[in-house]
Write a protein that binds this ligand. Structure first.
Ligand SMILES: Nc1nc2c(c(=O)[nH]1)N[C@H]1C(S)=C(S)[C@@H](COP(=O)(O)O)O[C@H]1N2
Ligand SMILES: [Mo]
Length: 329
């Protein structure tokens, strides 16, 4: 077993300079965007270029990753699990970090602009409810008590954009095992941090049912595919991707995967969840990716890849039917 010396939370709270190689990528990206006049790139497809062109500084922030000295990098990257492949090209790291949904910060995909005040370290994740051994994990424990791997997953937002990204994490069921769920535990709910001082969107959009919550059945939560993720592209999650820990459920629409989670509850009854509560007609609790069931305002038959704008047919269960089909038969 690898001795883990990587401590991404041992960082001062201010942004760090990204690694050399990463800076080069952004530099390259910036020149590329300039040469394209920005329009015509993924940014255009993202609907952002139409409002205002990002400044060079904003472009840099978009890729901001809390980095560590080389000497401390032992669990990032974690070994890649060869069982998972995208079947398409990997999304550019910058494009994924630039276009994010995180309503606590912004409803316009540009959450990277507003995450500065957010402090993902130190952090605690409480697992409680219908279980015999409720527990609170700090980040040290989360990193030391589980075996991390990297998985190449397709990711599909309900808004019909998609990406292919490598997550670093471990199966959620390993965490649930630790608290010994009771037989009365039929559902699992996830809760995002709630701090209006650190997340301006909470104040700016009072119409939403904060805090952000999500949930699924215990059978779904125990499926091999569900990851508790602490990293992306072989590095700790940038704030806008849901640092320091989030859920990834690749066969469901992206909104099911709550970011920056502070609480996991085992429950007897189906939990209230953010999008379903806000608009139950448009956002179902189950929310499995399904090309046959259109969103009331758009088709789900096809999806657009972040960055390239490539279009693909949407696959039932986002292509993961072999893993999860049995849950719904
Ligand atoms: N707390 C919280 N979690 C969230 C969201 C959010 O607004 N707040 N957006 C969801 C949606 S709609 C999607 S598509 C994914 C986006 O993940 P990404 O921005 O890392 O690509 O996060 C999900 N998790
Ligand atoms: Mo989404």
């Amino acid at each position: 077993m690898n001795f883990i010396v990587r401590r991404p939370w041992d960082l001062p709270q201010k942004h760090h300079t990204a690694p050399e190689v990463y800076w080069n990528r952004k530099q390259h990206r910036r020149e590329f965007l300039k040469s394209m006049g920005i329009a015509g790139t993924g940014l255009m497809a993202a609907g952002i270029a139409g409002c205002s062109k990002p400044t060079a500084q904003e472009l840099e922030q978009a890729g901001q990753v809390e980095s560590l000295p080389e000497s401390k990098k032992t669990i990032f990257p974690s070994p890649r699990n060869p069982d998972f492949e995208y079947g398409r090209s990997e999304t550019d790291q910058f494009e994924a970090a630039y276009y994010t949904n995180f309503y606590e910060f912004s409803v316009q995909k540009d959450s990277y602009r507003y995450v500065e005040p957010f402090k993902p370290t130190p952090w605690e994740l409480t697992v409680e409810g219908e279980c015999d051994n409720p527990r609170t994990f700090d980040l040290d424990e989360l990193y030391q008590e589980f075996e991390y791997e990297e998985r190449a997953y397709r990711f599909r937002c309900v808004e019909a954009w998609a990406m292919c990204v490598p997550w670093t994490g471990f199966p959620l069921r390993k965490l649930l095992e630790k608290v010994s769920p009771k037989s009365s535990a039929k559902y699992v709910s996830f809760q995002t941090f709630y701090d209006p001082e650190q997340a301006r969107g909470i104040k700016a959009y009072p119409e939403f049912p904060w805090p952000y919550t999500e949930g699924m059945t215990i059978e779904e939560a125990n499926n091999e595919l569900v990851l508790l993720a602490t990293g992306i592209y072989g590095e700790p999650l940038p704030k806008q991707h849901g640092a320091p820990v989030r859920v990834i459920i690749p066969w469901k629409y992206g909104f099911k995967g709550a970011k920056s989670i502070v609480r996991i509850q085992l429950m007897e009854k189906q939990p209230v969840t953010f999008w379903n509560d806000y608009n139950p007609k448009e956002y179902k609790f189950e929310a499995n990716v399904d090309p046959q069931v259109p969103h009331p305002r758009w088709s789900q038959a096809r999806e657009r890849m972040l960055g390239t704008g490539d279009m693909f047919e949407t696959m039932p269960y986002n292509g993961y039917g072999d893993y999860v089909g049995n849950l719904y038969s």
